[in-house]
Write a protein that binds this ligand. Structure first.
Ligand code: CUA
Length: 401
């Protein structure tokens, strides 16, 4: 493009009465636009690359864009709407800024100053109305979704009370629609049947926590003295990961849990296995036909329970003191230890029993079990006993992902 042409183009565009110096470097603008375009392409490629990775669930168990329940799906729909609207607004605003900066800049040092403008009623009305319309388009489905989520949490097939502890989770199963009291009390693993409406009621007697399983439901705070409820209807079997999302003390980051979604028959098998537990006693003088737990386990029974085990009566639930620990029935079937901090294997159970404070500083078990409380032999026998706590028919396999 020649200088003459660019000069002509400039004159015809200046019909608005502004006076501007003729510009000689239109080629410069073209180059800059190409450079900007290149940056945009690189940024977009990076975005797309990071976006495609999110599809692989095994790598991203906390994915918020891979819903597996109607509630999470509604949130996802809302998220997409807001994302695309924000993208349009972002691109529009950036384009306007870049265009304005280039079109109305001072062409070169010493050139005449462009016209100085103050206020434009029409423009101001336009840029007030457009954002108002955008916000309205976002507001209406947002409020609808909020009310839908709230009314979904009113009726259910199964009700589970979840207690936020420092720093682990206790799940208390109430009745199901057949009128059967499930009565299960477990820790850090929430087992659910697929395609059943479940209401999670959230309780705390200590500090504020927040319950979040990104693939199954929105985030909800757990507030002492106030019960919040949320609804989950998992539509896929498999494992889903959750964690506490409100800072609640030193081990907040290690307040994780897992939701295991079973086929209905497997879920009820899991309930039955849990109820049966492990009939045994810590009394080593018991008759030979009575199963015996290690005598050292009597110490654990001050705070923990194992179903079926004689003397297993540590307090649980809202009235239980803060220091009470998880119910350990079928402990051998759990994948993780101490709310997700360790993989559940012999070596780690021994490390945990040997010095809980070293593994998870600040936890309540560490106030009772010090480095020298148990002998290495006791730690080993307890680890073997705990890992052997499995149902007779074996642990329920998780189907699906
Ligand atoms: Cu509980 Cu953070």
């Amino acid at each position: 493009m020649t200088e003459t042409e660019s000069g002509v183009g400039r004159t015809t565009r200046e019909s608005g009465g502004e006076r501007r110096a003729p510009r000689r470097n239109r080629q410069g603008i073209a180059q800059r636009l190409v450079a900007l375009g290149a940056v945009a392409v690189v940024a977009a490629t990076a975005l797309v690359a990071s976006g495609t990775g999110a599809g692989a669930q095994s790598d991203t168990p906390y994915s918020t864009i891979d819903p597996a329940s109607p509630g999470a799906d509604d949130i996802q729909t809302l998220y997409k709407l807001i994302f695309w609207m924000a993208l349009v607004v972002f691109v529009g605003v950036q384009f306007a800024i870049v265009y304005t900066a280039m079109r109305f800049r001072r062409a070169r040092p010493g050139a005449e100053r462009p016209a100085q403008i103050h206020g434009n009623r029409r423009l101001e009305i336009i840029w007030t109305v457009i954002p108002a319309v955008v916000l309205l388009i976002i507001l209406i489905p947002t409020i609808t979704t909020l009310y839908d989520q709230s009314s979904a949490a009113e009726e259910a097939d199964i009700v589970v009370d979840v207690y936020g502890k420092q720093w682990w989770w206790e799940m208390h199963y109430q009745g199901d629609t057949t009128g059967q009291q499930l009565g299960v009390v477990t820790a850090n693993e929430l087992h659910l049947p697929v395609d059943r409406e479940v209401i999670i009621r959230l309780h705390s007697t200590n500090v504020i926590h927040s319950f979040w399983v990104p693939r199954l439901a929105g985030k909800m705070d757990i507030i002492p003295g106030h019960t919040n409820s949320l609804s989950i209807t998992p539509t896929q079997t498999g494992e889903f990961f959750g964690e506490c999302t409100e800072f609640c003390g030193t081990q907040h980051a290690w307040m994780r849990f897992k939701v295991v979604v079973h086929e209905e028959a497997n879920f009820y098998q899991w309930v039955n296995d849990w109820r049966t537990g492990h009939p045994s006693t810590t009394n080593q003088d018991a008759p030979a036909d009575v199963a015996k737990a290690p005598q050292s386990f009597a110490l654990c029974l001050a705070c923990h329970r194992v179903n079926g085990l004689e003397g297993s009566a540590a307090p649980i639930g809202l009235e239980a003191p803060q220091t009470m620990g998880p119910n350990l029935t079928n402990f051998g079937c759990r994948d993780a230890l101490a709310s997700g901090i360790l993989v559940n294997n012999r070596e780690n159970v021994i490390a945990w029993l040997g010095n809980p404070e070293a593994v998870k500083p600040g936890n309540f078990m560490a106030t009772q079990i010090k480095e020298d409380t148990l002998t290495p032999e006791q730690e080993a026998e307890l680890a073997d006993y705990l890992l052997g706590l499995k149902p007779e028919g074996g642990c329920i396999e998780t189907s699906g992902q």
